[in-house]
Design a protein around this ligand. Structure first.
Ligand code: GLN
Length: 343
């Protein structure tokens, strides 16, 4: 036998096999990744759509009117692929899910250090609207994901008038969503008529020197930002921009300096669920933000954003179905930061 011919053939066959296996493997990995994201979204929706626990927020009267059965889930990957189940085209008020996006804008304008010094980054372990947290914490405004810090974040934006401040925020959210967003007027009016606690917080912060514009103007712009309407899909694109290091997967625009993303996600991880942040980190292990409109955005860094929306809330003001759905997606596919074993 001709040894050298034999070994040429041997290497040729090995090469062919290797190519074939590699292609087959790449193909199946691709198919699995794509198919699996759709199936996990469907799975989470089916698993929790019968869950009736909790109730709509009603301290903002308009939110009590949102149909409680709505339930949508959307995943958008960093390469812009979209996977959805349920009511993903219903426009609900973003509420506190807006807060990290305004914090991102403050970071853009003034840097992460200014945000740390002028607001703070400590989780409170208390409800989102806590007044006592400001009394107890030396930084007063505490962090940009509770009401106090979020109102302070609004007051930090460079603007000459409340109108300019508001337009800047609305345009910014629209850039992040990759499409034009707008205010849900009824929610804005309803919250404006009832937001005495937020006015108290703003006045107190101003008194402490921790609010950087007129307090009632800051509350008004904050109330508008909470009343912006988003669908689960639009919110998932905003989250996917964070997952994609600040670059919008749909428009390709680098909106957030990628160096600010780790700090932003760190705050979301520590404080995104208020007094349930520890439990959330323990079970889902993802940076996330909730809102009393029933939306939750979670970020799997470098991979995707997972959004769920359903109006009924638990005691902490977090959507019962949405948190269960995202927790299921994270745990069953080992997406959490610390490599939880699949359920
Ligand atoms: N706009 C709401 C408020 O200030 C936001 C609260 C929330 O979503 N947790 O009370």
């Amino acid at each position: 036998m001709n040894k050298s011919k034999n070994s040429v053939a041997y290497f040729f066959v090995r090469w062919l096999l290797a190519m074939g296996v590699a292609t087959a493997f790449a193909g199946s990995a691709q198919a699995l990744a794509t198919g699996d994201l759709q199936s996990v979204v469907d799975e989470a929706h089916a698993k929790y759509k019968g869950l009736k626990d909790g109730k709509n927020a009603d301290y903002i009267p308009e939110l009590a009117k949102v149909p409680s059965e709505l339930f949508g889930i959307a995943i958008i990957t960093v390469d812009g692929k979209v996977y959805t189940a349920g009511d993903v085209d219903y426009s609900f008020s973003i509420q506190s899910v807006a807060k990290p996006f305004t914090a991102a804008l403050v970071m853009e304008e003034q840097g992460v250090e200014a945000l740390r010094q002028k607001i703070g980054v400590e989780p409170t372990g208390m409800p989102f609207n806590s007044v006592i947290a400001l009394q107890l914490n030396e930084q007063r405004s505490v962090n940009p994901l509770v009401n106090a810090g979020a109102i302070a974040a609004v007051s930090m934006l460079d603007a000459e008038s409340p109108e300019q401040r508001w337009n800047k925020i609305l345009n910014w959210y629209s850039e992040l969503a990759g499409e034009k967003l707008s205010l849900i007027d009824d929610v804005y009016v309803s919250e404006s008529e009832t937001n005495y606690n937020n006015r108290a917080i703003a006045n107190m912060l101003f008194n402490f020197g921790r609010l950087y514009s007129d307090p009632l103007e800051a509350v008004d712009v904050y109330t508008r930002e909470c009343s912006v309407g988003v669908t689960a899909k639009q919110l998932a694109m905003m989250g996917a921009t964070l997952a994609n290091n600040g670059k919008n997967p749909k428009t390709g625009k680098q909106l957030i300096n990628k160096d600010n993303i780790p700090e932003l996600l760190a705050i979301m991880f520590m404080a995104g669920f208020y007094d349930e942040a520890g439990l959330w980190a323990y079970s889902a292990a993802l940076p996330a933000k909730t809102g009393v409109g029933g939306g939750i955005v979670a970020v799997v860094p470098g991979k995707m954003s997972i959004v769920a929306f359903s109006p009924r809330l638990n005691q902490a003001g977090n959507s019962v179905r949405a948190l269960k759905a995202i927790e299921h997606i994270s745990r069953s596919r080992s997406l959490g930061l610390f490599g939880h074993n699949p359920e």
